[in-house]
Design a protein around this ligand. Structure first.
Ligand code: FAD
Length: 284
């Protein structure tokens, strides 16, 4: 088994004090798997940004694992983004996930930077090589992309603007990732493209997310998940089996690492990670 895999975990900013306590417990456990970084999502506009900043600061200060804040540019100004970058630099943060983001409903002004490649360019112009920049990749293509080729062009622009590596949208079809990797190689793109792994623990939520972000739940999987109905334990156990196999297949196929969309929960990520037998001293 390859032990130099790039493992990372993603959290979202908690909405309540109780959620913050739960997230603290989560990262305190997940730090034992020694990830490269803990990333924290960020919403365009509104109050969730303050919670993102607080979560990033706490993780960077207290967890012993580098924090990697997500930063989206839609609806924002260069001045606002510059202030955020300055604050992250002052905290010693060296890793950032640069995104376009999505305009919240009701917000009209797309802001000064319209696509993620422009944000990557801006971060490089402002901060040189200070940040390791991750960008998003879409093996099943972004829902707004004009075509598969146009989406690959957009990904290439982000790499040419200075992205160091990428994290993919989640997927349950290994072929989509392998084809995407091949297309990237054909275009001379050699940065690590780490698969994003979404554990399956709640079918309704997963179906809703997947419809919104364009990730496909294959028919066979959807049909099987539907049969569990209210049997949440059965669904979780089956879902972890399926996603565990996906992780294994990806690593065997040469994926450079795995990025776990933890949904702020310990068990699914820990279970999947332990199933990969990366470290003999960790047990469930
Ligand atoms: P882009 O790379 O800019 O692409 C967006 C769309 O525009 C694509 O369809 C692309 O083909 C098209 N496009 C790009 N450039 C051009 C151009 N010049 N002309 C025409 N079309 C173009 N969202 C959040 O709000 N907060 C988060 O924290 C967050 N974290 C994420 C983490 C990961 C790993 C991933 C995969 C997604 C995340 N998202 C997050 C969701 C993301 O913001 C959305 O998918 C968003 O719609 C696109 O962001 P992007 O950075 O991929 O945009």
């Amino acid at each position: 088994m390859n032990t130099s895999l790039l493992i990372s975990c993603e959290f979202f900013p908690p909405k309540t004090d109780e959620g913050a306590r739960k997230l603290r417990d989560t990262w305190q456990t997940l730090k034992d798997i020694d990830p490269e970084y803990f990333s924290v999502t960020y919403g365009a506009g509104g109050s969730t940004q303050e919670r993102s900043f607080a979560t990033v600061s706490e993780i960077q200060r207290d967890s012993g694992i580098p924090a990697a804040p997500h930063l989206s540019c839609i609806g924002s100004t260069r001045e606002h983004i510059r202030a955020i970058l300055d604050s992250y630099k002052a905290q010693g943060i060296r890793h950032i996930v640069a995104l376009r983001g999505d305009l919240p409903s009701g917000m009209r002004d797309p802001g000064e930077l319209r696509h993620a490649n422009e944000l990557v360019e801006f971060i490089r112009a402002e901060t040189g090589d200070w940040f390791h920049i991750e960008v998003a990749a879409y093996p099943e293509f972004h829902p707004q992309a004009a075509s598969a080729q146009a989406d690959l062009d957009a990904f290439q622009r982000k790499v040419e603007a200075g992205a160091d590596s990428a994290i993919t949208q989640y997927f349950y079809n290994v072929d989509s990732y392998l084809r995407f990797m091949n297309d990237c190689l054909d275009r001379g793109i050699h940065i690590p493209i780490v698969p994003g792994i979404m554990p399956i623990t709640n079918f309704t939520q997963l179906a809703r997310f997947s419809d919104a972000c364009g990730a496909e739940i294959p028919r066979w999987l959807r049909k099987r998940l539907e049969t569990f109905g209210d049997d949440l334990d059965g669904l979780r156990s089956f879902g972890l089996d399926v996603v565990g196999e996906l992780c294994q297949q990806l690593i065997e196929a040469g994926a450079p690492g795995l990025h776990f969309y933890s949904m702020n929960q310990v068990e699914p990520t820990l279970h999947l990670w332990c199933g990969l037998n990366l470290r003999a001293d960790m047990e469930l």
